[in-house]
Structures are given as C-alpha cells and as structure tokens.
Design a protein around this ligand. Sequence first.
Ligand code: KIV
Length: 286
Amino acid sequence: MSASASVKSVTPPMVERRKGGTPLVCLTAYTTPVAAIADRHCDIILVGDSVGMVLHGLPSTLGVTLEMMILHGKAVRRGVEKALLVVDMPFGTYEESPEQAFRNAARLVAETGCAAVKLEGGVTMAETIRFLTRRGIPVMAHVGLTPQAVNSFGGYKVQGRGEDGERIVADARAVAEAGAFSVVLEKVPDALARRITAEVPIPTIGIGASAACDGQVLVIDDMLGMFTAFRPKFVKRYAELGHSAEAAVAAYAEDVRTRAFPAADHVFGDGADMSSLITPKAEGAE
Ligand code: KIV
C-alpha cells in the first residue's frame, strides 16, 4: 500500500504544530501488516532500532545495521498511508560527523520513503541535527535514556535524577535549538519530563516519562504483550498476545499429533467437485 494522493499524510511541521495540543500517538512498527493497523490509529509510526531486540533476538540495539533499518523501513512504508513515518538511525551510522549522518539519513529517506529520521543524543548531536535539518531531512531527537549508550550508562537506568536533570534539560534545549521537530524523552523522572515539556518549544514524546508530555510512544510488541519474560514498568499492556500465540501453537501441535488437523474441511477432493478451486469470472468477461 502506498500513500495515495487522496489521503493527507501527517508531516513533521504538522507534528511540530501539535505542541501543547491533543497528545500525539506514536507506536513502533517493523512489518507491513502491523504498520497498517497502527496507521489507522497513530499520528506517528516509528521504525525503531528496537527491531533488533524485538524481531531479531539481539541483546541490545547496538548490532542493528543500516540495511536492517532500510529493509524494515520499506516493509512499514507499504502499510502506511496517513501517519508520519520516522526511521531510526542505527548505532555507528551518524555519530562520526554531520556528513556521515547526512549520507546515511539520505539513504534512509530515499530508500524507505520515510519523511524523517530519529537519532539519539542531545548537546553532542546538536551540530549534526542542524546539518541535517538545514539540508531537508527532518529530525526527531531522543534524549534521556538513549539505549545506544547502554554501555556508558551501565544499564537501562532512569536518567536525570537529582542534579543530573540539568544535563537532560540542556540536551532537550540543544536539540530544539538545532531544529529537531520533536524529541523523545525516555525513562526520566515525571517532574523532569513536565519541566522539559513546559520549557522546550517542540513536542516531547514520552516513553517512561510523563503524562504531561506532548505525546507518547511505546514499542508495539511490548504493549501487545508479545513477551512473557520481560515487562518494563513504563509499559501498559493492552493485550496478552504472547499467551494467545502460545496457546494457539500448543493446540496446533496437539491437533497434528492426534491427526485432528487437517480435517475434511482442509483437504482437497479428487477433482469431482472443483468449484472451490475455480475463480469466478468477472462480470462481462468472455
Ligand atoms: O527504537 C525504539 O523503538 C525507540 C522508541 C522506544 C522510542 O527508540
């Protein structure tokens, strides 16, 4: 499915204008069918580098490549008609220089059809954000807990507690000044997220942050309950698909072992009755 002329897509400037308005709804997606569901309900769909952990079983996002993001970005693009499509820049594809970031961001935009990229980092990435935005690539920034820096943080810990909060405030201000159209605030104290949302002129998109943010984002597999082992505090589960999938697979295995599947409905006759195999002719066709 591609964006059709009749459907008005959400754009980065439209997102920026939503500051202080009805909260922006954002979810991650990595495949066409899931993107199509999310598109009917979300303002923004993010092809997050969380794809590495969620779909590929990687221990962190650090092993995610540009090729993986392009592959999943293209798949998601086919499911999106209306929402703003944002694709994450993976670790090692933008930190070296603004030129390196532009080269790789341009590939993401050209090859996936996304309208914006997301990259992690505040003050240190401001120059790069300015470089990209001035050259026609809208940037969603990401500050607070930036998972690509997990080794420097020593784990996926809450960021910005106590005096450390000033560091996150400075990061959020810097990315806004550099031209980012929105900023993800991940795993920071509620009061800090409220303060940043009040102080920066661009929408804040919270994950483990605050209801006061200008929008919220979740990893779709987390909110659908696809995992049974892992349950972050900041995730509200809206379904338990992991349990349903487990029960369905167990029932299938039992049916196969007991020859209950396939049943008469699922097998073909010897050709006497071919009606189910013949495609009806279109009206007026010869
Ligand atoms: O990779 C991702 O899914 C993200 C969101 C959690 C914000 O960066």
